[in-house]
Design a protein around this ligand. Structure first.
Ligand code: MG
Ligand code: MG
Length: 262
């Protein structure tokens, strides 16, 4: 596979597989969005994701990845990412829940996340999710030939901070393709002295802003996965897998059934 500065460049055939993988992921997320309501457990969402993967004859990407036990990351309220689905975690009115899903189809990965509202949520939760989703789309809009990697990061960070939110620094977006996580890292902030690279046609990236209302500091729970905001403030998370084309970024995980948070 061709590389540019250590980043794999995908050909049409590989992009076609990623389109299918991400299409499957977005169908799962559509179904989860329909299912989210007060009174269900987050394990119910895991069950839906597992059942859909079985029906689509595709492998969930996260289960077994570095020992992660589930198909779905279900992150409620102050949990930023990597929350475990649980039959004991019952969603209640006013919660927000980020569902992060990946599959592997014919050796190529899809990865996407959305944060859903459970019933009526606070104005703060609505604004956080709206701004996080806007950050994602601003980041994607910056993923063009002629721009560099950190133009994506800057677009995300600028919009988050303009709205008084903090971008999480412990976790970043990533290249995606024949591996779930590939080079380059796609931070949601401009790192000091990082490895900036000019964006090239055929680069595939998972862009995933994670924003918190309060501090960007993170606490990892004893399960070694669940990542919470240290101050317990709300966190939002949205993710798309994209590929850079000569016509601009193509969002591989776009769903025509999903119109956005607000
Ligand atoms: Mg993801
Ligand atoms: Mg990801």
């Amino acid at each position: 596979m061709k590389k540019f500065r250590g980043v794999y460049i995908k050909n049409e055939n590989e992009i076609a597989k990623m389109r299918i993988a991400n299409g499957m992921v977005s169908r799962v997320l559509d179904a989860l969005g329909e299912a989210v309501k007060p009174g269900i457990s987050t394990m119910f969402l895991e069950d839906i994701a597992q059942e859909m993967c079985r029906k689509m004859k595709v492998r969930p990407a996260f289960q077994g990845y570095c020992g992660f036990p589930f198909a779905l990351c279900c992150s409620v309220n102050e949990t930023i990412v990597h929350g475990f689905p649980s039959k004991d975690r019952i969603l209640k009115e006013g919660d927000i829940v980020s569902c992060d899903m990946g599959v592997c189809y014919e050796g190529f990965y899809g990865d996407s996340a959305r944060t859903f509202f459970v019933g009526e949520v606070s104005e703060e939760a609505k604004k956080l999710c709206k701004v996080t989703e806007e950050c994602l789309h601003n980041g994607i809009a910056a993923a063009t030939i002629g721009n560099s990697l950190y133009d994506i990061s800057a677009a995300v960070q600028r919009h988050a901070e303009k709205n008084g939110y903090h971008v999480i620094r412990n976790f970043v977006g990533h290249g995606i393709g024949a591996s779930l996580h590939e080079k380059p890292e796609v931070p949601n902030f401009v790192p000091m002295g990082g490895n900036n690279i000019p964006l090239q046609e055929g680069m595939a990236l998972a862009i995933e802003p994670m924003l918190a209302v309060g501090t960007y500091e993170v606490t990892i729970l004893p399960d070694k996965w669940t990542a919470n905001t240290k101050d317990g403030s709300l966190a939002g998370h949205f993710e798309h897998s994209i590929v850079i084309t000569s016509d601009g970024p193509e969002i591989l995980s776009l769903s025509s059934n999903y119109t956005g948070t607000c």
